[in-house]
Write a protein that binds this ligand. Structure first.
Ligand code: 13P
Length: 265
């Protein structure tokens, strides 16, 4: 049974349906009205791939008005719904602004802004309660990888989210594997390294009774036009979370085209 659960080829063959890849741009702390307009103006929906861009909060309205066929997302969210929380932005507000996705637990939020596993779990819950899709980021540091602790770390990070949102909601999330050492460094995980962790992640999901075969696991960390094809050819890589390259329309569109060409497995 378990074997069928994570043998995606078998599953697709037996039910003959496909889930296309998802490519999400994470603009991080970049953009201005003029640059956003030019960037979005040069990005359009493509057949065979789902696309989204996660923009800074102040630009949500602008992006919502300009995007066509490309979903809107945010880069973080408050764990609270409303009240005396100066500076916070709730998931309900993001839904009202037209967001479909919200990134939670990005390593920059964890390391630079002190978000711990429990906070990430509560944020994922607030996103789901607003009817949006959390993109839950997990990933190990270089020291953790070198110590052979990759799945221990990722299992702990995902376990906190599962504990907060429960099994049923877990199936509504997108997972993004973003090894910390690959983010913004130009040193992406190799396709084999990514596949190894993605397969282990899918096993972890199956072992926790999640519908693992149908869940999307994105890879993020120095995805560029030159390495996207190899990464997206991997059976357990269901798309990408793209930082720097998503700020260059030509590169982002090329990466999306590569994802479309690789369909799903
Ligand atoms: P880069 O693609 O710039 O490495 O960033 C990856 C990332 O953090 C996406 O969320």
């Amino acid at each position: 049974m378990t074997c069928i659960l994570y043998n995606r080829k078998l599953l697709w063959a037996s039910f003959s349906f496909m889930v296309q890849k998802l490519v999400v741009g994470n603009w991080k702390l970049n953009g201005c009205l003029a640059a956003n307009e030019a960037l979005i103006g040069a990005c359009g929906a493509l057949a065979g791939v789902d696309m989204a861009v996660c923009v800074p909060f102040p630009y949500l309205a602008q992006a919502a008005s300009l995007l066509s066929g490309v979903a809107l997302g945010a880069q973080t969210v408050s764990e609270f719904q409303s009240g005396a929380y100066t500076g916070e932005v709730s998931a309900e507000m993001l839904a009202e602004m037209g967001c479909r996705y919200v990134i939670v637990g990005h390593s920059e939020r964890r390391t630079l802004f002190g978000e711990d596993d429990a906070t990430v779990g509560r944020k994922a819950l607030s996103v789901l309660r607003a009817g949006l899709v959390p993109i839950v980021c997990v990933g190990e540091s270089l020291a953790e990888r070198e110590a052979g602790r990759v799945m221990e770390v990722i299992g702990r990070q995902l376990g906190a989210v599962l504990g907060s949102i429960g099994l049923q909601q877990l199936s509504r999330t997108v997972i993004a594997y973003e090894p910390v050492w690959a983010i913004g460094t130009g040193r992406a995980a190799s396709a084999d390294e990514a596949q190894e962790v993605h397969a282990a992640l899918r096993r972890w999901l199956a072992d926790h009774d999640a519908p693992a075969a149908g869940m999307r696991i994105l890879y993020g960390g120095s995805v560029k036009t030159g390495n996207a094809a190899a990464l997206f050819a991997m059976p357990d890589v269901d798309g990408g979370l793209i930082g720097g390259a998503s700020l260059v329309a030509r590169d982002f569109m090329a990466i999306c085209r590569t994802a479309a060409a690789n369909g799903d497995h």
